[in-house]
Each structure stands twice: as C-alpha cells, then as structure tokens.
Design a protein. Structure first.
Length: 237
C-alpha cells in the first residue's frame, strides 16, 4: 500500500483533507492533491497514479470532461465522487472512462475499502495485457482476446473500456453460468459487500451494445429473471 499512488481531485478542500487523513491512517503515503482539472493533469503527468478519486464538479471543467484526457495518458482506476445518481449520469461517467462511482455524502471508510479492494485485485489479477495460458474466447460473432486486451466483433476490433472488458472477460471464462449482480460486482470490482446494481447494469448494457446484433433482444448476454445474467455459449458438436 505504501507504494500505491493516489490522486485526489476535488475543489472542496475539506473533502480532500478528510479522504487524505483516512488514507494516511491506513498506511497510504503517496497521496497527491488537486483542486482543479488542470492541476490534476499536471500532477498525473509528473507523478502518475494507480488510483484517481475524481469529483464530477470542478471549477474549470467537469470530471466527465477531464476523464477522457486522463485516459489519454493513464489507465489508472478512476472512482467518481458525485451527488448525481441518475442512470444518465452513471452512464456518462462510465462512457468517459470512469470505473466506478460513489455518491455524496459518503463514509470515507467506504472509499478506503474500495481503494484496498482495487489494489488487492490488481495483485491477484495482473494486467489484462499479460499473456495467460488460455487467452482467446471465441463465441462466433465475437472474440475476446485476453492477451491482446481486445474485443473483436465480426472481424473488427471494437473499443472497450477496461472495466467493461474485465466484466466481459469474466463472463467468457464462465460461459453458461448464472451470476447475480452482487457476484459480478465482487468478482470484477473486488468490493465484497459493497455491491452496486447500477454499476453492473450499466456495464451489462454497454457489453450488449458491443456484442449483440440487437442489444434489446440479446442472444449472448441474457438475463435470467430473478437470478442474474449469463453469457450463453453454444456447445460445440
């Protein structure tokens, strides 16, 4: 934990101080603070980051506007801080490159739990770009190439944000198995007991938009009423 770099981005200095204090008590030492989007980019370019805690409302531009700029130079895990909880805002956050969100007001210990879980997952599950024994999952219409970090649909590479890719990859590794939202959240985001249905549902929707011929009537990633979701793979003859 001492080596993890955490960038806090929020124009409310009291919130930044609160989060910093709790993180330091938990053993984190490399904490950088920015109060504007411009400062955040400067610190990111100078020091890098493993985790970015990013407020949606900043004085010079929104966190949604800043996020794509961050993604141009960093694959850091981005946790949005937001007072907005509508489906549109959640979808916007993920579409711009965010990985998860937490709503204000929040318990700072929840942020610590998510940070620790993310770092723990990074240790247990190395980068998607590191080759593994089996790394290519062929479902006919689409292929997930784990070693290359690519989603290929009908022969064409399709852009796929990190968390969307990880969720799809997890489902590919467990075809025809039904998972609840909480099981998927824990497996992919790594937060035991902190399940967020909106996060999972939005990512499921984004996967369907990429792999399905008709996302509104999915053939591959189907809903099992009352139980959850499963990725259907037809048995080979």
């Amino acid at each position: 934990m001492e080596t993890a770099k955490i960038l806090l981005v929020d124009d409310e200095k009291s919130i930044v101080k609160m989060i910093e204090t709790v993180l330091r008590k938990e053993g984190f030492r490399k904490i950088y603070k920015a109060y504007t989007a411009q400062e955040a980019l400067q610190l990111l370019q100078q020091y890098g980051a493993d985790i970015i805690i990013l407020d949606v409302m900043l004085p010079d531009q929104s966190g949604f506007e800043l996020c794509p700029k961050i993604r141009e130079i960093s694959e850091a895990y981005i946790l949005f801080l937001t007072a907005k909880v509508s489906d549109f805002d959640v979808l916007t956050g993920f579409a711009t490159g965010g990985d998860d969100y937490i709503t204000k007001p929040f318990n700072p210990l929840e942020i610590v739990a998510r940070v620790k879980a993310r770092l723990r997952r990074a240790i247990l599950h190395p980068s998607l770009h590191v080759k593994s024994f089996k790394s290519r999952y062929d479902f006919g219409r689409f292929i997930v190439d784990e070693s290359a970090g690519e989603l290929i649909v009908e022969g064409k590479t399709v852009a796929c944000p990190a968390q969307v890719f990880q969720l799809l990859l997890y489902l590919c590794k467990h075809p025809n198995v039904v998972f609840s939202k909480s099981q998927l959240y824990e497996a992919v985001w790594g937060f035991d007991g902190l399940s967020d249905d909106n996060t999972v549902m939005v990512h499921i929707r984004r996967i369907r938009e990429k792999i399905e011929l008709n996302p509104s009537t999915p053939h591959y990633l189907v809903t099992v009423r009352g139980l959850g979701y499963k990725l259907v793979k037809e048995k080979e003859e």
